[in-house]
Design a protein around this ligand. Structure first.
Ligand SMILES: [Zn+2]
Length: 155
């Protein structure tokens, strides 16, 4: 075990303890000295998330600096997941959302589908539609939500 002083490229020096063979330690030192320190890395990440948020037209978040940095990342991820879920719904993907119940019924009847089967399909469509609307409402909420805490609590 040995104590080393790492001179990061950002200009900060950090004390570290390294273990293992000298060769390994030297390699690790060399690598660490070619990087920025972890504080600067975190700041860089937070600024990148902030810049991305500004470009996306999403509102500024309220909260502590730490909460905002975290929530910016969460918001980005959560909106992406919600949108993927939305577009993955069968009801949406099949284009059924463009049709009314009457149109679907008429369509199925013209193909000779039994009434009981039509009823079951309409129920399936309604349930998918409900999921879609819930997902859509969630996305809308995330796009206007300004509380950093909200994203952290709903992650
Ligand atoms: Zn630094």
């Amino acid at each position: 075990m040995g104590k080393y002083t790492v001179n990061h490229t950002c200009g900060h020096t950090v004390e570290v303890q390294l273990f293992g063979p000298i060769k390994e330690r030297e390699r690790k030192m060399e690598w660490m000295q070619s990087t920025i320190c972890s504080d600067c890395y975190r700041k860089q990440e937070a600024e990148a998330a902030k810049a991305k948020a500004e470009n996306s037209g999403l509102p500024e978040l309220q909260g502590s600096e730490k909460q905002i940095a975290w929530a910016l990342k969460l918001r980005q991820e959560q909106i992406k997941i919600a949108e993927d879920t939305l577009h993955g719904l069968r009801w949406y993907a099949s284009g059924a959302y463009k049709l009314t119940e009457e149109e679907i019924t008429a369509n199925l009847r013209s193909k000779g589908v039994a009434e009981a089967e039509i009823k079951a399909r309409l129920a399936a469509v309604a349930s998918e539609k409900e999921k879609y609307e819930r997902q859509l409402a969630l996305i809308e909420q995330m796009k206007v939500e300004t509380s950093a805490k909200w994203f952290i609590e709903n992650r």
